[in-house]
Write a protein that binds this ligand. Structure first.
Ligand code: ATP
Ligand code: MG
Length: 290
């Protein structure tokens, strides 16, 4: 199972939209995908048509009561797509775990003990817009970091902090963690602002910048209110096309390790790009059964 943390501490940049629709695009291709809602706002939970008030059945139970993932995973209306829901009680986890030793490794341990893990090809963590204990758990449990970024003024603000946290996690808790890419979201091809910002992101991230652009698309914004992914809500929309294209790019990126995947956070600080030696094993689709 490949684990991907979808993270950016900036709010409203497209994390949840990307987690749901990248997950759905992979599920449509036949991969078995588990979405984990790490955000007390529970937007992902609602997006896949689950109620965010399922007492005793959410991510909170994993962090506070050591519930197993077996108890928390639910199927969704989409084939191949399952979810661990969240609810507002997850906001209390930060405080509950404040003095607990090893609080950053809870999710990783839960995934390691998850007997059903082998039946999933991908786990995608939808992180909250903060760099607290929930995001730390996602980074510690992940193989890859995916950073959605809105193509707007000030979008690079806070990036240094995020990369610093990723580097710290790489150094102390999860040396195998790699940044997969930065994904521009809500791109408006008609404005100079978007292209100016994209040039700036390109100058900053170079090879880490994904080639796919997720365009502004009202269907993507509508889909959550129907509890549907973009592929059920508007399969012919630009939103569906863009996420399908990104899924293909993402698979190539993490499948052969020869593209920008395998790059460490240090690379973005001018210390060079890591080589292929950190390449992951072949994809499940190629028959490794993971
Ligand atoms: P938060 O930090 O609050 O968790 P987020 O980073 O998860 O936010 P989203 O919830 O995915 O961001 O997106 C923010 C808003 O923008 C939502 O209303 C979403 O429907 C909308 N949105 C996301 N991507 C697009 C897009 N490509 N085109 C149009 N609307 C979009
Ligand atoms: Mg979100």
């Amino acid at each position: 199972m490949k684990r991907i943390a979808v993270i950016n501490q900036k709010g409203g940049v497209g994390k949840t939209t990307t987690t749901v629709n990248l997950g759905a695009a992979l599920a449509h291709q036949g991969f078995r995908v588990l979405l984990l809602d790490m955000d007390p706002q529970a937007n992902l939970t609602v997006h896949v048509d689950k109620r965010p008030d399922l007492e005793g059945n959410t991510m909170t139970n994993l962090f506070v009561e050591d519930a197993s993932l077996e108890q928390l995973v639910q199927t969704t209306v989409s084939p191949n797509l399952s979810v661990v829901p969240s609810d507002t009680s997850l906001a209390g986890v930060e405080q509950v775990l404040a003095n607990r030793i090893g609080r950053e490794t809870i999710l990783r341990e839960a995934l390691a003990a998850f007997a059903g893990a082998s039946s999933f090809d991908f786990a995608l963590f939808d992180c909250p817009p903060s760099l607290g204990v929930l995001s730390a758990n996602a980074l510690v449990a992940a193989d890859y970091v995916l950073i959605p970024m809105q193509a707007e003024y000030l979008s690079l603000q806070g990036m240094a902090k995020l990369l610093e946290v990723v580097q710290l996690v790489q150094k102390r808790l999860n040396p195998a963690l790699k940044i997969a890419c930065v994904l521009p979201c809500m791109v408006d091809g008609r404005t100079n602002l978007s292209s100016e910002v994209l040039r700036e992101i390109d100058a900053h991230f170079g090879p880490l910048l994904a080639k796919t652009r997720i365009r502004n698309n009202v269907k993507l914004a509508e889909a959550p209110s129907f509890g549907r992914t973009i592929f059920e809500h508007a399969p012919e929309s630009n939103g569906a096309r863009d996420y399908q294209m990104f899924a293909a790019e993402f698979l190539a990126m993490i499948g052969d390790g020869a593209s920008s995947a395998g790059t460490t956070a240090a690379a973005t600080n001018g210390e060079g790009v890591a080589g292929d030696d950190a390449a992951p094993p072949p994809m499940a689709a190629e028959g490794d059964g993971s």
